[in-house]
Design a protein around this ligand. Structure first.
Ligand SMILES: [Zn+2]
Ligand SMILES: [Zn+2]
Length: 370
């Protein structure tokens, strides 16, 4: 089968769209006809060369569509199901999976992080050359093959162009609040970075009735969006000193929770500085290769400050994705506002340009199967 895909070749070159060959799904795999795909910062890390990845590679890992074919042995999804893609194709039987932490499953490292399926190969090719799918999803293609645990069935009345966002940004940001952290009603929350993940953290904080929700970003557009999604205060560090402003808004001791959704050394360190004694920094942002942070361990023990990591919002996709979709359908999770642009797959480079300019709001690619 031919698919239309956006292929990354190497850093500095625009991504180009071409036709690739897609094999049939093998054991445990499903073929999904994608309706929509979100453009995520993790794709941008590869494009910019901050994460070394060799081309050719079909990027994209946040998508939703309809199951068209299933391989032998598939039991959790059926043809015709509407699904959200998940980039943690877990095994379901290891200690991490049993503990409800599928993002830590070794299978994810062997497959998604190597851009291959369970048998170590990709289903995409051009001529004799195999073309890997980023995070074993490769959602910048109008059809994809994923492991059945990477295709999460959702209700059929949910619009797929909104559901797609649940597969990365929303699962990660809302999950960081609901699963990774333990934010209580009234707790103060500080969020660094108002991209898709940071904005989702803000929505998650709203869901649990956090007290003050303070958003920090260099882009006024992103900050406006943050405000419309529930931030009670916004800070643009190009104008205002973050530490002084935060301490003025809460109290001298700092915030209960700081979510870092950028992955930069200075902001992770500043987040740590701005949590109160007993407070916690949740590192959700993904750093470029080689970034390290410095913190004072004496302050850590003496003031009981914590810093914890969060991958994929500590999500259990099969449980969390349908719930997040339900919250959207009930009007409690405003996914509509997260979407800044819709575009065709041919305009994926422009989406990265907007991302580089720090424009708030995600680009959602819509696939045309006419
Ligand atoms: Zn992502
Ligand atoms: Zn596992």
């Amino acid at each position: 089968m031919k698919v239309k895909a956006a292929v990354f070749e190497r850093v500095g070159e625009p991504i180009h769209v071409e036709e690739l060959d897609l094999e049939d799904p093998k054991r445990g795999e499903v073929l999904v006809r994608l309706e929509a795909a979100g453009v995520c910062h993790s794709d941008y890390h590869v494009v910019k060369g901050e994460w070394e990845s060799a081309g050719p590679l079909v990027l994209g890992h946040e998508g939703a569509g309809v199951v068209e074919k299933i391989g032998p042995g598939v039991t959790s999804v059926s043809v015709g199901d509407h699904v959200v893609l998940s980039w943690v194709p877990y095994c379901g039987t290891c200690a991490y999976c049993m503990a409800g932490k599928p993002a830590l499953c070794p299978k994810v490292e062997e497959t998604a992080y190597q851009n291959v399926q369970y048998d170590g190969t990709s289903r995409l090719s051009r001529g004799d050359e195999s073309v890997p799918s980023y995070l074993a999803t490769g959602a910048f293609a109008d059809r994809v093959i994923v492991h059945e645990t990477g295709a999460v069935p959702i209700r059929k009345d949910a619009p797929l162009d909104r559901a797609a966002l649940v597969g990365c940004a929303v699962a990660t940001g809302v999950g960081a609040v609901l699963n990774t952290a333990d934010v209580q009603p009234g707790d103060t929350v500080l969020v660094f970075g108002c991209g898709g993940v940071g904005l989702s953290v803000i929505m998650g904080a709203g869901l649990v009735s956090a007290g003050q929700i303070i958003a920090v970003d260099m882009s006024d557009k992103a900050l406006e969006l943050a405000k419309s999604l529930g931030a009670t205060a916004i800070i643009n560090p190009s104008r205002d000193d973050v530490a002084t402003t935060v301490r003025g808004l809460v109290d001298e001791r700092g915030v209960d929770w700081a979510f870092e959704a950028i992955g930069l050394k200075p902001t992770i360190e500043q987040a740590y500085e701005l949590i109160s004694p007993g407070g916690t920094v949740v590192v959700v942002g993904q750093s470029a290769d080689g970034v390290t942070i410095e913190i004072d361990p004496m302050v850590m023990s003496d003031r009981e400050k914590s810093i914890i990591g969060c991958n994929y919002g500590s999500s259990r996709p099969a449980i969390d994705f349908p719930r997040l979709i339900d919250l959207y359908m009930q009007g409690k999770l405003d996914l509509d506002r997260l979407v800044g642009h819709t575009s065709s797959i041919n305009e994926v480079n422009e989406a990265f340009t907007r991302m580089g300019q720090g424009e708030g709001g995600r680009t959602v690619i819509l696939y045309d199967h006419a």
